[in-house]
Design a protein around this ligand. Structure first.
Ligand SMILES: Nc1ncnc2c1ncn2[C@@H]1O[C@H](COP(=O)(O)OP(=O)(O)O)[C@@H](O)[C@H]1O
Ligand SMILES: Cc1cn([C@H]2C[C@H](O)[C@@H](COP(=O)(O)O)O2)c(=O)[nH]c1=O
Ligand SMILES: [Zn+2]
Length: 193
């Protein structure tokens, strides 16, 4: 019985790096994998790019992508040992359930990697469902400037000032976001005043 995994963390915790390591591990044993990432994040040359310099090609999902259908088409051609999905916070609720169906009905392990919460501390839709239904939840860890675990993502403006309002989706990297522990996140947004 295959499992649905959700590896969740703040930004800069090594999610993409861990995904690429898992993929390498399967492929070096001659097993086929299928990689996915969000279509809206096209910052890097390669679809999946880690800050440590590793990268890989991947299919891109958008809200209309039928992951069940796309993966099953590929699986019929070449049996897949697993499916790896980066930026899983951007999955729709329906797509998160399609991932569960792949594990349950097609017996394909699905490994999802994504943010737990957005710049306000609210769950992303895809993450909310994955946190609710995944068989295995694994927290990856980044470090706050104080040394504690960084669980939150502070959005900053061009002057480096904290941003507390805006659209949930705003693509960017270290220049737009900083991973902080909850206390430093809350203090930066004035939530404890
Ligand atoms: N040159 C480097 N050597 C070693 N580790 C690095 C290097 N550059 C970045 N990192 C580490 O890589 C991690 C970020 O990896 P990445 O997979 O891009 O994270 P995420 O996908 O969670 O945002 C951080 O822990 C960072 O410290
Ligand atoms: C917190 C937060 C993040 N995003 C975006 C910013 C990046 O493009 C991705 C996360 O990338 P990573 O691989 O985890 O480094 O998500 C966003 O759109 N909204 C947010 O609140
Ligand atoms: Zn801190």
């Amino acid at each position: 019985m295959a499992k649905l995994y959700f590896y969740y963390a703040s930004m800069n915790a090594g999610k993409s790096t861990t995904l690429l390591q898992a993929d390498f591990n399967y492929r070096e044993r001659g097993m086929a994998t299928m990689l996915w990432t969000a279509a809206l994040d096209d910052r890097a040359d390669q679809p999946i790019a880690s800050r440590i310099g590793l990268g890989a090609d991947a299919r891109r999902f958008s809200p209309g992508t039928d992951l069940w259908r796309e993966v099953m088409m590929q699986h019929d051609e070449t049996p897949l040992a697993c499916v790896l999905i980066d930026e899983a916070q951007f999955l729709t609720a329906m797509q998160a359930w399609q991932c569960a169906r792949l594990a349950d009905e097609a017996n394909i392990p699905v490994l999802c990697y994504g943010l737990r919460t957005d710049f306000r501390g609210d769950l992303f839709p895809g993450s909310a469902v994955l946190l609710g239904i995944a068989d295995t939840l694994v927290e990856l860890k980044a470090v706050c400037h104080c040394g504690r675990k960084a669980t939150m993502n502070l959005r900053t403006d061009q002057a480096g000032q904290p941003v507390g309002e805006g659209a949930q989706t705003e693509i960017g990297g270290n220049e737009r976001y900083v991973a902080l522990c909850r206390q430093h996140f809350a203090e930066a947004l004035g939530l404890y005043r």
